[in-house]
Design a protein around this ligand. Structure first.
Ligand code: HEC
Length: 133
């Protein structure tokens, strides 16, 4: 019986260890836009603009200028691509690395907020200028 008990204890320890850590492939929970909005407005809007249009007060003094985060060019990028830029910055631009200033969770919140700046729907569409006669 001794051997069985020892084996059972080992099994219990293994189970606790296995349950104690999240599975490595578990997807990160989605960011919460409402959490990201104040962070964006405090940290990012100075360059990217409150609406993410690349027109923050610092923008005219930067070269290259921050591009619009609501452009198709940014929108088509995956969350993983944009999270990598936010974490590590963008080489040869003034885009800083945020990995030491914002937690991984905060960076996901900020990205979730950026995604909400892109609006689809007839109300947000500006009609094209009328063509000449
Ligand atoms: C000092 C100015 C500055 C600040 C502050 C700043 N950025 Fe940037 N950001 C840039 C510039 C310049 C670029 C490079 C040009 C571009 O891709 O827009 C950039 C690029 C990006 C891109 C990549 C866009 C793409 O399509 O590849 C993302 C995403 C981004 N910034 C998010 C953020 C977030 C989130 C914050 C705040 C936590 C932030 N930025 C703060 C200047 C800034």
């Amino acid at each position: 019986m001794r051997a069985t008990n020892g084996f059972q204890i080992l099994l219990a320890i293994a189970a606790v260890l296995a349950l104690g850590r999240p599975a490595p492939s578990a997807p990160a929970p989605p960011g919460v836009p409402e959490e990201g909005k104040p962070i964006f407005e405090e940290r990012c809007a100075v360059c990217h603009g409150k609406q993410g249009r690349g027109d923050g007060p610092e923008a005219p003094f930067l070269s290259p200028r921050p591009a619009s985060l609501i452009s198709a060019g940014t929108s088509v990028k995956t969350d993983a691509e944009l999270l990598a830029v936010i974490a590590n910055g963008k080489p040869r631009t003034s885009m800083p690395a945020w990995k030491d200033l914002l937690t991984e969770e905060q960076r996901r919140h900020v990205l979730a907020h950026i995604r909400t700046l892109v609006r689809f729907g007839p109300k947000s569409l500006t009609p094209p200028p009328p063509t000449g006669p």
